[in-house]
Design a protein around this ligand. Sequence first.
Ligand code: BGC
Length: 813
Amino acid sequence: MTVNTTSEVAQGFTSAAADADRSYDPRLAELARRAAAAGTVLLTNDGVLPLSPAEPVAVFGRVQIDWFAVGYGSGGDVNAVYTTNLLGSLVEQGVAVDAELASTYRQWCNTQEPPTEEWGNWPRFYPEMEVDEELVSAAASRARTAVVVIGRAAGEDRENVLEPGGYYLTDTEHTLLERVTAHFESTVVIVNSGNVMDLSWAEELGVSALLLAWPGGMEGGRAVADVLTGIAEPGGRLTDTIARAYADYPSAGNFGGQEFNNYAEDVFVGYRYFETFAPEKVLFPFGHGLGYTSFDLSQAHLDAASADTDVTVWVRVANTGPRPGATVVQVYRGAPAVGTLPRPSRELVAFTRTRVIAPGEAQEVTVSFPRERLAAFDDDGRSGHAHAWVIEAGTYPVHVGTSVRQTIEAGAVVVEETEVVEQLQEALAPNPAVPFDRMTVARDADGRARVGWEAVPTATVDLRERILAHLPEPIEPTGDVGIRFSDVVAGRASLEAFVAQLDVEDLAQLTYGDVEMNSPLGAPGNAGAFGGLTEHLRALGIPPVITTDGPSGIRVSAYASLLPCGTALASTWDEALLEELATLHGQEMLRKGSDVLLAPGMNIHRDPLCGRNFEYYSEDPLLTGMAAAAVVRGIQSQGVSACPKHFACNNQETNRIYNDSRVSVRALREIYLRGFRICVQEAGPFNIMTSYNQVNGQWAHYNYDLVTTILRGEWGYRGNVITDWWMRYAPDPIFPRLQDSATRVRAGVDVLMPGGVTWSSKRADGHDDAVLAGYSPDDTSGEHLTLGELQQTALHVLRMAATTPAARAAAEA
Ligand code: BGC
């Protein structure tokens, strides 16, 4: 018997579109185009953009044709109804593209198919056409402006790397840029990449404009053409800091480990580090992005009347430039004057987009945020309140602006006495057997912050005791009393009464998905099913629930819309736009037979090399949480559901299925779990997917504190939790009679997806039997799984299944 690895499965699964139906919703396409333009980030512009109408433009780089519409892996593997590229889109819009150069590239690209590779070995770049001086100078005699496109892609099981063609330019690309910038009056460089790459060359070469075009899905080429011509504004603002050099990132020394990574930078992720300790190492600050007009922010003030009300910030945003435009107003907490908890000197606490403001006009912008966004998490009691969110007494300056750097002060919130916002308990702390040091703020003699180090607080909790003290009470079994699932969905019977009818086999079955991807119970090419998988469960009225990937489109055998990647969406900082797009996407899910989209991907951009950064949103948890919540709200408004993933700390692809993310409780609370919490509490997703990796020594899918203590206990999550595709099998470290899926169910992870075969199975077909093997009807001590635990899992799964279109239709019939 073999246990599938994700790579094997995913390779086998990748399928060409099976039917010829390329129909799509034009409203979705139109919105995708708008969102891709709104997520395009203009980093520098000396005035060359937007291009003047009728001005001839010479376009260099093969990626103008071989455009990267999406990254690699489950998150990008959509049979797109169509894709667009830059050259075609510029021509479509009537831009005076230099025809001779375009034809040279077309001919060359025709003979140089982009390399295609197996799962996990995809090309990070496409070898570039050699361009000699002669060709460049000839083109420069026909056009004053050049556009050069550089492309990169990474993905699932495919980290970006510190190599030419990865994080760095290849020699051919560098030569191309050198020659073009030397010969042309103006050079616009477009970086079409899902990852931040080295951009130090842009300064060196003196480019006229630098544009980040994240993989924008099927409309990405058109969206960038819209931006170049000025039909659309480049609406994006950076969701990550771009450093001068990779080594400057605070994660750099602790990323890519095979066995583990110490998250030694602690809460000082991205701009939290740079703004506190190393502002000079920043090439482009978090939140930065230019439009085609300029804004002046003035008259900022705030109201923080009492501890019980939100903090409200006002600012006047005047359009001082030549064109109508909108901007993103960002509000940051500054460094508090006193306190025992080391604080980053800036933290995003709120943001909003302005309306489109006409030249010479202004908008009074009001933005409010809950006071608890001033709080920090105390994981060792130094503030006097261990395991609590606290706002320490002090003065909290509030800055408002258009990036983390471009701000004015709106005033300060003065906190007279330390406030405990939320008293929690220790959970998920690092293993004392493998301690590490974490970053903290030390001070120079002149009071300037510099990096200090301290020992990370480690776990002291007896998890065994905690689990045994919280075993759920069983519901008295009744046997079949005739309640059907449709009675529950229609409100004629309670879910508890329905579950009371299920025997142990039914209950155990509900904790497994349908063994393989591409379940015959759903649309061809689905990612797997759970719920009503047996005849008996279906006879009771429980439908099979069909899952599909996500996030960039619906991954089924049929054609589907390919949408802008996660980073592109978050770069819009526009929750309303994301919700609208996701609403139309939810409608497409209904048409394609997807009940659950395995999306949004919402891990933190801890390091620029993470292969799946394109699927994820940001280095900032507030922006991540708000973007994810908007997407979940949109999808779920259509009667289908979302499945935010990967909970938690799946911040690299290298050895992701074994790797241990070792991270302090404070960093978990403030950074890595916070986005998920916001999403859960703002949008109520019906599903959550755990990650493959371990968090402080325990796999996420076996992690009781992660899923039961925190997600369900503290955040009040009532939905379904599923594993990432094929979890790791392992003995239970605490309860010797449990292993594999029994440990999973005890942790509160409801469904093994898509189902499983295990080395430990005693069944002839090798199917995972650990739940039944771990259950004993006579043992209520907790050494075995209890009836209450199985029933509780069923409640979670069925509460979710009750929301599906099939369940609702049956209830209405
Ligand atoms: C990925 C998930 C994905 C799942 C199903 C896994 O390898 O990590 O993000 O949803 O496969 O395709």
